[in-house]
Design a protein around this ligand. Structure first.
Ligand code: TYM
Length: 345
């Protein structure tokens, strides 16, 4: 491999651009997470050097049951692989295994303003939802996210639409730091797909599909069995117009068209033509079937991988080492820049 110097940090990454992204292990992944993010990640592994994190530090900004969190974090890491990410090509790891995330987050927090954090819509939404536990971690959540991204000198961050504001803040923090200390961080670009960036709730199609929705019928979970998937689509909230048209005025049908198009690889217009004159009942069944076929291979692979404890453990260990190696390069540079004393070897 060729050594690549990025902002003075040597990355042995074959000269490729760097991608970083992550997901929280709070709840089971939804079809929104898959179509908005994970599915796109799989297509990037040959072109980029990719780091995909299970962001367990972020998860404890809301109260978690410890055993449940551990189980979900492992299931999430396994799902990354089941979805098609090759763990030999992509560095798949737990955020809590790389202490540089928390260390850089502290430093970046000293370069982030209270006003900026107060404007974050995700903070406002979560604070409203968890009004009994508006902790400082929930407030500084985007700073940790900036640290995740900047630690790896990431060029590109593939996410859904809801993370756009956090990405903008990351760019602002990096730019501010660079303007004081020179070119320390790569300024990352968001990578938001045109379609699938905001898959909506099946019960309230003006709201995004979420892992933590209280109504289980609102979200398709990646490990839902075929009957459950079909039942949820049959119950999906639509309008009474009975025409399959992709329009902002028909958010329920628009969402179903998008899900069907992404699950089958067809274009929106093609889908409208295919279902011209067809009723909602029949269309919903077709969407259900398309999603069942899309998720079948992922679910089968997940069940196999889940049983192979030694294989998954091996990936966790090897990738944590790799992530620590690269993260520490940036961290050491930042520590030096801000004036911390050198380590004596
Ligand atoms: P999280 O765990 O909420 O979501 C993971 C990814 O899924 C996308 N997503 C969606 N895309 C389309 N439609 C939806 N309904 C939908 N719901 C979620 C999200 O945009 C995201 O890409 N803060 C992040 C995790 C994180 C992170 C990072 C991401 C921590 N550090 C650094 C990128 C880079 C989050 O809570 O994602």
């Amino acid at each position: 491999m060729l050594p690549v110097k990025k902002n003075g940090c040597e990355f042995m990454l074959d000269g490729k651009k760097i991608i970083f992204s992550g997901m929280q292990a709070t709840g089971t992944l939804t079809l929104g997470n898959y179509l908005g993010a994970l599915k796109n990640w799989v297509q990037l592994e040959n072109e980029y050097e990719c780091f995909y994190c299970v962001v367990d530090l972020h998860s404890i900004t809301v109260r978690q049951d410890p055993a449940e969190l551990r189980k979900r974090a492992r299931a999430l890491l396994t799902l990354y692989i089941a979805a098609g990410l090759n763990p030999e090509k992509n560095c798949i790891y737990y955020q809590s295994h790389v202490s540089a995330h928390a260390e850089l987050s502290w430093i970046l927090g000293c370069f982030t303003y209270m006003g900026e954090l107060s404007r974050m819509t995700q903070f406002k939404d979560k604070a409203a939802k968890h009004s009994g536990n508006i902790n400082a971690g929930l407030f500084t959540y985007p700073v940790l996210m900036a640290a995740d991204i900047l630690l790896f000198q990431s060029d590109l961050v593939p996410v859904g639409d809801d993370q756009k504001q956090h990405l903008e803040l990351t760019r602002d923090i990096a730019g501010r730091f660079n303007s004081i200390y020179g070119d320390v961080f790569t300024i990352p670009e968001p990578y938001i797909a045109k379609q699938g960036a905001r898959i909506m709730s099946l019960q309230e199609p003006t709201k995004k599909m979420s892992k933590t929705d209280e109504n289980p019928n609102a979200s398709i979970y990646l490990l839902d069995d075929p009957d459950t998937i079909m039942r949820k689509f049959k119950r999906a909230v639509t309008d009474s117009d009975n025409r399959i048209i992709y329009s902002d005025e028909k958010p329920g049908i628009k969402n179903l068209i998008e899900i069907y198009a992404l699950s089958t690889g067809k274009g929106i217009e093609e889908v409208e033509k295919e279902f011209d004159g067809v009723g909602y009942g029949e269309f919903k069944m077709a969407v259900g079937e398309a999603v069942i076929s899309l998720l079948k291979p992922l679910q089968e692979r997940f069940r196999e991988l889940e049983k192979d404890k030694a294989y998954i453990d091996g990936i966790i260990k090897a990738n944590a080492e790799k992530a620590n190696y690269y993260a520490n390069k940036t961290l050491r540079k930042v520590q030096k820049k801000v004036g911390f004393p050198e380590r004596i070897r």
